[in-house]
Design a protein around this ligand. Structure first.
Ligand SMILES: [Zn+2]
Length: 162
């Protein structure tokens, strides 16, 4: 049973085996990395806490440290694989109050570089072409996940795949 049956992320964690293979990037001890839907920001992942908690400070210190360490491993892998201009970390939880972080690697050629990514996603709800552009990366979702897995497995800052 999920920890909180009414929580969509507890639900998702409970059914990881049912996710498409490319969506489940990595299973860390304290968190699970999922490939996000907006791959214009190539490598965008959501790092979901395995424990249902609403706020970061609600986690016991050792769990929180483990979670944050895993976030850095994931961020490093995204950075090595896709070399963004800047990583954006966001923990919002206004829609789903189960601790999860969005890791958005901002592109060098992003015309909205100084704006929050969510503004574009909001516009995309009304604009099919924009939605497709923001959901699509330069390579397939399967290839993005494969690269990320290889980088996480390697865990080496100097490791690069071209
Ligand atoms: Zn939950």
């Amino acid at each position: 049973m999920p920890q909180y049956p009414s929580c969509p992320l507890c639900d998702k964690l409970h059914g990881l085996q049912e996710l498409p293979d490319e969506e489940l990037v990595w299973q860390f001890p304290h968190s699970v990395a999922l490939l996000g839907p907006w791959q214009y920001h190539t490598g965008y992942c959501i790092l979901v806490s395995r424990v249902h908690a609403v706020e970061l400070h609600h986690l016991p210190p050792s769990v929180r440290r483990g979670y944050l360490e895993e976030m850095c491993l994931l961020a490093q892998a995204i950075d090595v694989c896709f070399q963004p201009r800047k990583m954006n970390y966001e923990a919002l939880g206004n829609q789903v109050a189960h601790l999860h972080w969005h890791l958005f690697p901002r592109r060098h050629d992003d015309p909205d570089a100084l704006k929050a990514v969510w503004l574009g996603f909001e516009r995309a709800e009304e604009d099919r072409a924009l939605k497709e552009r923001l959901q699509t990366g330069p390579i397939s979702r399967t290839a993005i996940t494969a690269r990320l897995r290889a980088c996480i497995k390697n865990g080496d800052r100097t490791f690069e795949i071209h």
